[in-house]
Design a protein. Structure first.
Length: 306
């Protein structure tokens, strides 16, 4: 069913510079990246290597970009990338990544080199937004000559490691605002009809259509189910319009869509989706579900990826 017309732009006409400027003018700062995220990163510097890998041109002093590395880096160990805050409004992606570093990363550092980019889109974090100020979605922008500087900076960070990655876990959320705001805005921006969908009630993951790694995804789901409930499919057997391949798992063509989980060409990738608007979970449980997802992935890799 098509929804009512979004309040910016004309129906069926993609946004131009005027509409994008109107959208940007309506955004407001709602929380502080420096106070809520960078302070937590700084608190980790005694046990991990913290580096600034860039800064957003919108306000370089407000939006420095940081990576976190385990210390006993060894080229003989497999390397894993963990990313959060690709969509800045997805809070547990950011704080789940930081919680993993604080609570668990050292426990896995003998087996893996771990690189964490906990908040790829700090402007989006502050404005609780999916896009960047140019109305560009960083999570569709992991392509050559990226239109999103957030994505380009992460791509450069990955390249600068000069190593192959075994795995990449990209931490996301699916929220009620996906249907109330972000997907209607997307349809309006692109001059398309908005088709209503349902928001999955629970945790799920997105694998790669070209390389699904079903057992790897199962291991993640099984670890997370100890923390929160797994999203059931809708009446058509789908989650966000895609058919499930097993409980709590769908697949996307990561590279074709320019998604973050394609950035390393790793053999094992998973995009997590926590549901923070459920009355059945707390904010802490959402963060710990992200931690559990990473643990499930790394425990699987310890046993099965040689």
């Amino acid at each position: 069913m098509q929804s009512s017309t979004y309040h910016i732009g004309e129906t069926g006409k993609p946004w131009g510079s005027e509409e994008k400027a109107q959208w940007l003018a309506e955004t407001t700062i709602k929380r502080s990246y420096l106070e809520q995220v960078v302070t937590k990163i700084d608190a980790l510097k005694d046990k991990f290597d913290i580096a600034q890998y860039g800064a957003l041109s919108y306000s370089p002093e407000k939006y420095p970009l940081f990576s976190i590395k385990t210390r006993n880096w060894d080229t003989n160990k497999p390397t894993v990338l963990i990313t959060g805050g690709i969509h800045g409004y997805e809070t547990s992606g950011v704080h789940g990544a930081l919680a993993f570093v604080a609570l668990e990363a050292e426990n896995y550092s003998n087996d893996f080199n771990i690189l964490v980019a906990p908040c790829v889109s700090p402007w989006g974090y502050e404005t609780i937004n999916r896009w960047n100020p140019n109305a560009v979605d960083p999570n569709r922008s992991f392509i050559p000559n990226s239109p999103a500087e957030e994505s380009a900076a992460l791509m450069q960070l990955v390249q600068d490691q000069k190593t192959d990655f075994l795995a990449h876990i990209d931490l996301h959320e699916t929220t009620d605002t996906d249907e109330s705001e972000f997907r209607p805005a997307l349809a309006a921006r692109d001059g398309k009809a908005y088709i209503e969908d349902s928001v999955p009630d629970g945790f799920y993951v997105v694998g790669d259509t070209e390389n699904p790694q079903d057992a790897f995804q199962t291991a993640i789901i099984d670890e997370v189910r100890h923390i929160t409930h797994i999203a059931p499919p809708d009446d058509n057997g789908n989650i966000i319009g895609e058919p499930i391949t097993q409980e709590g798992v769908i697949n996307y063509p990561l590279k074709a869509l320019g998604l973050c989980a394609s950035v390393t060409d790793a053999a094992y990738t998973s995009t997590t989706e926590v549901y923070p608007d459920s009355p059945r979970v707390t904010e802490d449980e959402c963060n710990m579900a992200q931690v559990a997802a990473i643990k499930g992935a790394l425990d699987y890799l310890k046993q099965h990826a040689k």
